[in-house]
Design a protein around this ligand. Sequence first.
Ligand SMILES: CC(C)(COP(=O)([O-])OP(=O)([O-])OC[C@H]1O[C@@H](n2cnc3c(N)ncnc32)[C@H](O)[C@@H]1OP(=O)([O-])[O-])[C@@H](O)C(=O)NCCC(=O)NCCSC(=O)C[C@@](C)(O)CC(=O)[O-]
Length: 408
Amino acid sequence: MARLALITCRFTRCAPVGDARRRLFATASTSPGGGRNGNSNGSGNGSAGAGPTATNSPPPHLDNRVKIVEVGPRDGLQNEKKSIPLATKIDLIERLARTGLSSIEAGAFVSPKWVPQMSNSGQILQHILQRDIPSRTPLTFSFLAPNMTGMNDASAIFARHPTAFETETQRAASAAAGKTTAETTGQASKPAFEIAVFAAATESFSQRNLNCDIATALARFAPVIQAAKDGGLRVRAYISVVLGCPFEGRDVDPHRVAELATDLLEMGADEIALGDTTGMGTAPRTRALLACLRSAGVLPEDLAMHFHDTYGQALVNTAVALEHGIRTFDAAVGGLGGCPYSPGATGNVATEDMVYFLESLGMRTGVDLDAVADIGAWITREVGKPHESSVGKAVIGARSRAGSPETN
Ligand SMILES: CC(C)(COP(=O)([O-])OP(=O)([O-])OC[C@H]1O[C@@H](n2cnc3c(N)ncnc32)[C@H](O)[C@@H]1OP(=O)([O-])[O-])[C@@H](O)C(=O)NCCC(=O)NCCSC(=O)C[C@@](C)(O)CC(=O)[O-]
């Protein structure tokens, strides 16, 4: 019935089917990964409650807790021409883990010929699984895998460390109990993991980024999603170029985005990350996109926003998404980033700017702004890039004037 409602909605583009979706996923989630009911929103700051089984949390649009997904180690670094040492990447991830960030995108299992900077992602995953990375909050690490070649590479590493991480089901059970697993079991907290697939809203971008059309990409994702679920991992699904494509222009059809989002949710994705890859998004078009998704039955708690700041609109668009009820936002420390297949696109919105902005609105990020400001200054120096975070520079400047300079 729910599937029928979704299909009907796609053609009529009207009636919300949110309740139908909730029922669909409330009954369909039996996979070890916990499926959609296992969606704890991964925040570790208690911003769970997105899932239909969470009874004690307020609806997301009334909740002032926000999850920031730090994408610096992957999206932030993937485009760098100069090879960045493995030790620097691991140092970056470990520093970020100590700031209160609960979710860190750490690498990508993609072709080293296409994106050489990500070629040591296996070593990063291995390191995370072997080390007890100090953090203030339960951590979720994310890795991209666009096909079974990448997923098999990741799975082989997970298989060597079967008890070194929490499954999505374990994490969700703890979140539902209002405790971390460490509090429940009395043992040290283990990280959880997420696999991210990435589709595109236009055929041109899909061809450039994945070397195949959208339908083929979705077909390749299906076994990846299933394998991730079977392995106890959460699944994020990106849709790139939702508000503008470098090859087809700014008028990307929001209905096409909605159709892809519902496809990916039905395939088992726990979350859809909407990528404004080019930074062409504006407030009115962001609002129109989110309204269209809503009418297609895609709920705010299904969504994360991934804004690049090429035109300086990322925080304005964040405000629009907040009003819409979205509580998960991607950002990269120091404003690192850019997509190798999006010419002219600059970095992700800076984590420092995102934290400052959200906290100024009374939202709670759980992130130590001073600490991320220091990391932004450090990592941009390490990779030889300009420090793009206005807030990061201001925080360090103010501290330095007060006699307590940067600590890194
Ligand atoms: C998808 C493919 C692999 C298809 O690439 P392809 O060339 O069409 O793949 P293929 O199946 O024909 O294989 C060709 C070779 O690649 C190898 N191969 C194949 N798959 C893998 C893999 N997973 N890991 C490692 N190696 C792989 C495969 O084994 C083979 O090796 P060979 O026999 O020639 O030695 C390629 O197009 C690719 O890796 N693209 C990279 C795309 C990418 O990483 N883009 C950046 C991330 S997306 C992004 O940044 C946007 C986002 C997420 O941030 C959101 C936003 O801002 O919008």
